[in-house]
Design a binder for this molecule. Structure first.
Ligand SMILES: NC(=O)c1ccc[n+]([C@@H]2O[C@H](COP(=O)([O-])OP(=O)(O)OC[C@H]3O[C@@H](n4cnc5c(N)ncnc54)[C@H](O)[C@@H]3O)[C@@H](O)[C@H]2O)c1
Length: 339
C-alpha cells in the first residue's frame, strides 16, 4: 500500500492525539516530529522512533514530507501553516483555523491555489452518530438544525476573555457541525451570551445563537445552545427537514424519512444506536485525509476543508460580536470589514 509521508508540528496536549493517529494509520508513514521545545520533541522521538526537528524551516528543508499535521496554539496556526502551504505540502490544521479572519482567508486562498488537501481537525464529523445524521440530512432537506450541548466547567487553561476561550473553545465543533448538516453555507448570525457566571476570569459561560444558513425562500435555521453549567444534560441534535426528521440524543438517533404526513397520519420512525461513539475520531480523519492525498479523485468530505474552517471561524467570531452588540451580523459584511 502507498503511504503518505507525514510530519507532525506541535507535540503538546492535543498533538499527542494526532501523533497516535498518524503512527497508527496504515496509509501513513510518520517521518518526523517538529516542536520548538526539545523535551516535548524528544519524548515523541524516543517513543515513535522518528527524528525531532526544532523548526519548520528545517523540517521542510531536510526531510521528504508529503503532508503535515499542525497542532500548535491557535495564535500560531498561520505562522506554522504558511511555510507548509508554500512548500506545496498537504495539511491537517487544528481548530479554530487561525487567530484572525484575514489570516484564515490567506491560508485558504493559498492552499486552494496550490490544489492542496487542506483540512481542519473537526474530528466530530467522523463520529458514527454524526455520520449517520449527515446521511439522513442529505435525504431530508434540513430546514431547522438545533445542536444543544451543555458541559461541566472547563479547565482554567480555557477561561479567559478571548473570543476563542470559555465555552467558545468547546463549541468550535458545533459551529462547524450545524452548517455541515444543513449542507449549505452560513450567511448571518445573531447571538446572546453571558460571561463570568461560574468564574471570575471573564470567560464566556453560555451562548445561544441563531445562524441563517443558505439562501432562497427556504433558508435553514441553525440554533446552537451551549454552556459550562450543564454536565448532566444530555447532548441533543434535532433536525427538521422538508422531507423528514431526525433527533440524536447521546448515541441514539430516531429518524423518519419521507413526506411530511397530513394531520392525523403518522410515519414510520426508525431508531439507531451506536456503541463507542465517544472515542477520538482523529484517527479516522487522518486515514481519510491521507487516502485523499494519495488519490486526487477521492472526495474530501466528510472532512472539513479549509473553506469550512474559514466559515466556522467567521461564525464563531460573529457570534461573540453579536453577543456583545446585540446586533444581527451579516457574514459577508463581517468578512469584508476584517480586511
Ligand atoms: N480538535 C479538538 O478537539 C482539540 C482539542 C484540544 C485542542 N485543540 C487545538 O489544538 C491546538 C493545540 O493545542 P494544545 O492544547 O495541544 O497546545 P499546547 O500548548 O499543549 O501544545 C502546543 C505545542 O506546539 C509547540 N509549538 C508552538 N509553536 C511552534 C512552532 N512554531 N513550531 C513547532 N512547535 C511549536 C509548543 O512547543 C507545544 O509543545 C490548538 O489550536 C487547540 O485549539 C483541538
Amino acid at each position: 500500500m502507498d503511504k503518505l509521508k507525514v510530519a507532525m508540528i506541535g507535540a503538546g496536549g492535543r498533538g499527542q492525539s494526532h501523533i497516535k493517529s498518524i503512527a497508527g494509520a496504515p496509509n501513513i508513514e510518520f517521518v518526523a516530529i517538529c516542536d520548538l521545545i526539545e523535551e516535548a520533541g524528544m519524548k515523541v522521538s524516543e517513543e515513535f522512533g522518528v527524528p525531532w526537528v526544532p523548526t519548520i524551516d528545517q523540517l521542510l528543508a531536510d526531510y521528504e514530507v508529503d503532508g503535515c499535521g499542525i497542532c500548535v496554539p491557535t495564535a500560531y496556526h498561520y505562522d506554522a501553516a504558511m511555510p507548509v502551504i508554500e512548500a506545496g505540502k498537504h495539511l491537517v490544521t487544528e481548530k479554530p483555523m487561525a487567530g484572525s479572519i484575514a489570516q484564515a482567508r490567506e491560508m485558504m486562498e493559498k492552499a486552494e491555489a496550490q490544489n492542496l488537501r487542506a483540512v481542519i481537525s473537526y474530528q466530530l464529523r467522523f463520529g458514527p452518530v454524526f455520520r449517520k445524521m449527515k446521511e439522513i440530512c442529505d435525504q431530508i432537506e434540513p430546514l431547522q438544525v438545533l445542536f444543544a450541548r451543555q458541559r461541566a466547567m472547563m479547565n482554567e487553561k480555557y477561561l479567559s476573555p478571548e473570543p476563542f476561550d470559555g465555552i467558545m473553545d468547546f463549541i468550535s465543533h458545533d459551529i462547524d457541525m450545524v452548517p455541515f448538516l444543513a449542507g449549505r453555507e452560513p450567511k448571518a448570525v445573531f447571538a446572546t451570551m453571558g460571561r463570568e457566571v461560574w468564574d471570575n476570569l471573564g470567560s464566556i459561560s453560555y451562548i445561544g445563537a441563531q445562524i441563517e444558513i443558505g439562501e432562497g425562500p427556504h433558508k435553514t435555521v441553525g440554533v446552537i445552545s451551549s454552556s459550562m453549567g450543564g454536565a448532566e444534560v444530555p447532548q441533543r441534535l434535532d433536525v427538521v427537514g422538508r422531507n423528514g426528521v431526525a433527533v440524536a440524543t447521546g448515541s441514539d438517533i430516531k429518524f423518519a424519512i419521507g413526506p411530511n404526513p397530513p394531520m392525523g397520519a403518522t410515519r414510520d420512525v426508525w431508531t439507531a444506536t451506536y456503541a463507542g461513539a465517544a472515542r477520538d475520531f482523529t484517527a479516522d480523519l487522518y486515514q481519510h485525509w491521507a487516502a485523499c492525498c494519495l488519490d486526487p479523485a477521492l472526495d474530501l468530505a466528510p472532512a472539513a476543508s479549509y473553506r469550512d474552517g474559514y466559515n466556522a471561524l467567521l461564525v464563531s467570531l460573529a457570534m461573540v460580536q453579536s453577543g456583545e452588540s446585540g446586533e444581527v451580523i451579516d457574514l459577508a459584511e463581517f468578512a469584508a470589514a476584517a480586511g
